[in-house]
Design a protein around this ligand. Structure first.
Ligand SMILES: O=C(O)CCC(=O)C(=O)O
Length: 259
């Protein structure tokens, strides 16, 4: 299913006279909200350069790149790549991390001050087909945050479409608590959740963002096109959240970064 005003009543925006209240209402209901025009065309172009540099070194995966399509014991597919903490060594990414408008909008969604947990980028290269699919999961299955008050601001650096593997969400699943995940095949590095409710595809143009809760079930389809599908994301946690039982006081407050 693809998200559009006509395809599903569940994704219709709320309509009050207060856009911030509408946004909170959609986020509370669906566990995901779309933000348009978050990046200018110039910022998209700069971030593409940054991402290419962060992922590839002379055509080979750069240091710190993870292949999430890896199945241990088999040759690397390099079909679904991820890298974290790009902002520590890249100016264009650092500029995003320090944007006051983004963290303030996240604070309005989470209802309090937030920390920047990390940034990350997902890269689906061209030509890898089915192996570039990202299975359905909750981010908090990996992060162990309590309470799970965190969001990812996922920014498209290419038009994300059903053909190149746009993100898909199971609407309302952020209210289901912790969902069981299992390994889809032996040696897979990622675990997968099952859902009786169909995920909804969220195609977005380059420069738009999807903002999802840490418990919202999501994944993305395979890239079946001859171009890459790249994204850059910021992850914010509410300041009172702990990770694996430890306070996150070592993680910077977004307001301090934006000064
Ligand atoms: O880029 C994708 O395909 C999915 C990204 C994702 O799972 C995330 O940012 O939490």
């Amino acid at each position: 299913m693809t998200a559009s005003p006509s395809s599903s009543g569940a994704v219709e925006p709320a309509t009050t006279t207060d856009p911030a209240a509408d946004e909170r209402e959609v986020f509370r209901r669906d566990g995901v909200v779309r933000w348009d025009h978050v990046l200018t065309p110039g910022q998209v172009a700069d971030l593409r350069v940054s991402v290419e540099r962060a992922f590839f070194d002379d055509g080979r995966p750069a240091e710190g790149v993870r292949d999430l399509s890896e199945r241990r014991g088999r040759p690397l597919d390099l079909a679904l790549l991820q890298k974290v903490n790009l902002w520590r060594s890249d100016e264009a990414c650092e500029a995003q991390v320090r944007r006051p408008d983004l963290y303030r909008r996240v604070e309005a969604l989470l209802g309090g001050p937030v920390r920047l947990f990390r940034d990350h980028s997902f890269y689906k290269p061209a030509g890898k087909g089915e192996r570039s699919r990202l299975v359905l999961h909750q981010d908090n299955r990996y992060w162990h945050l309590s309470p799970p008050e965190a969001v990812t601001v996922w920014m498209a650096l290419d038009d994300a479409t059903p053909e190149n593997g746009c993100v898909q969400y199971v609407l309302g699943s952020h209210r289901w608590g912790r969902v069981e995940h299992t390994r889809p095949e032996e040696g897979a590095v990622l675990v997968e959740a099952r859902s009786e409710r169909e995920p909804v595809e969220y195609p977005v143009p380059a420069g738009s963002a999807l903002v999802h809760h840490a418990n919202t079930l999501h994944g993305s389809g395979p890239n079946l096109t001859d171009g890459p599908r790249r994204a850059y994301a910021l992850v914010f946690v509410r300041a009172d959240v702990s990770a694996r039982g430890e306070a996150m006081t070592g993680v910077p407050l977004a307001a301090d970064l934006a000064r």
